[in-house]
Design a binder for this molecule. Structure first.
Ligand code: GLU
Length: 390
């Protein structure tokens, strides 16, 4: 065997910790261990029946062939309609590409836009894959730390200060994974002003837009003004809102030239997204939306329980997530690194959580409450006994 000299780009990144810990929890469960998993953000609900029925019908109709690399025209149109109807963004189907999940929409964008010398501003705590994708593309992630005191929101001043002549892209994620914070419309407007003034691109990761609590609202940065719209790229998908994680259908929307470039990359890498899955996605957008409310009510109930249980544990503190389905917990008073905390928690108590270090924020952990109430109650009991014994 020749010496394995891996490409430099891949040696500079690490595997996704969210996926690694979720896989470890699943493997332990398969071995028969009583695992409570708060790891991956994966709704435990089944995909709604009408969505599954549409995919099954597509299979029966022979939608089993290659399709256009940029996606089925009917789905691109349905997405453009949705962005117009729900988000106030004037896109046509030519502004949309269907991707292999929301993650892949971001990957395609970064591959098409970022190269050596480009800086990408990423507020921390951030979702694990943002900086790694930038590194894979040869760009430089510029991490801007935020604190619990500022509710993990980057301020317009912080954004302004992080911008240099090399800045090409700003990554905005609201509702946020991992913190659950949601920028208010006024805050989005203020960030949009900085983006326009500096003339940089912004990618708005809106994958959690439908999961909101206590009257929080979602404003897409592209809807703020014509100037903001020109600089906005939207990333979204069906996994979280419609409980379609394994379907791998997401999308990117933006200027036609960019969409064409991402489509070129896709044509040489993945070709089209699974054809019949795309018909399920059309049904998700165009069918009844009551599944969103049903799941939203369950998330809200679980959220309240997990917040209350967390606040009972001395040494832990948390805010109240306004969106998504993550509880972000400060563990600093306990004096363990986040990795040590989570490793011991899973090994000793069979409770899976994600260490804050994966999100660029030591001294914290993330619990996904997109899981059933029994798991939440049992898992929080074990977390409490783990912390009390430290
Ligand atoms: N986005 C989810 C999470 O953060 C799923 C895993 C992943 O893609 O990172 O848990």
């Amino acid at each position: 065997m020749p010496a394995l000299a891996l490409a430099h780009r891949v040696t500079r990144v690490t595997p996704s910790m969210t996926l690694a810990i979720a896989a470890k929890a699943k493997a332990m469960k398969a071995e028969g261990l009583p695992v409570c998993s708060f790891s991956a953000g994966e709704p435990d609900f089944d995909t709604p029946d009408h969505i599954k029925a549409a995919a099954k019908a597509a299979l029966d109709q022979g939608k089993t062939r290659y399709g256009p690399a940029a996606g089925e025209p009917a789905l691109r149109q349905a997405i453009a309609n949705k962005l117009q109807r729900e988000n106030g963004l004037r896109y046509g189907p030519e502004n949309v590409i269907v991707t292999n999940g929301g993650k892949h929409s971001l990957y395609g964008l970064i591959m098409a836009l970022i190269e050596a010398g480009d800086e990408v501003i990423i507020p921390a705590p951030y979702w694990v894959s943002y900086p790694e994708m930038v590194t894979l593309a040869g760009g430089t992630p510029v991490i801007v730390p935020t604190t619990a005191e500022q509710n993990y929101r980057i301020t317009p001043e912080q954004l302004r200060q992080a911008i240099t002549p090399k800045t090409k892209l700003f990554v905005l994620n609201s509702p946020s994974n991992p913190t659950g914070m949601v920028y208010s419309p006024a805050e989005i407007q203020a960030l949009a002003e900085v983006i326009v003034e500096a003339d940089i691109w912004v990618v708005s990761d809106e994958i959690y837009e439908k999961i909101l609590y206590d009257g929080a609202t979602h404003l897409s940065v592209g809807a703020v003004s014509a100037a903001a719209f020109e600089r906005t790229i939207i990333s979204n998908g069906f996994a979280k809102g419609y409980s379609m994680t394994g379907w791998r259908v997401g999308y990117l929307a933006g200027p036609v030239e960019l969409i064409k470039a991402v489509s070129t990359i896709q044509s040489h890498s993945t070709s089209n997204v699974c054809t019949f899955a795309q018909y399920g996605a059309i049904a998700a957008l165009e069918g009844p939306q009551d599944c969103i409310d049903t799941m939203g009510r369950a998330f809200a109930e679980r959220r309240q329980v997990i917040i209350d249980r967390c606040r009972r544990i001395s040494g832990l503190s948390c805010g109240e997530p306004e969106g998504a389905f993550y509880l972000y917990i400060d563990i600093q008073p306990l004096g363990l690194s986040s990795l040590e905390f989570c490793t011991r928690l899973i090994d000793e108590k069979y409770v899976a959580a994600i260490p804050g270090i994966a999100f660029g924020a030591e001294g914290t952990i993330r619990l996904s409450y997109a899981t059933d109430m029994d798991t939440i109650l049992e898992g929080m009991d074990r977390l409490e006994s783990f912390v009390n014994a430290l």
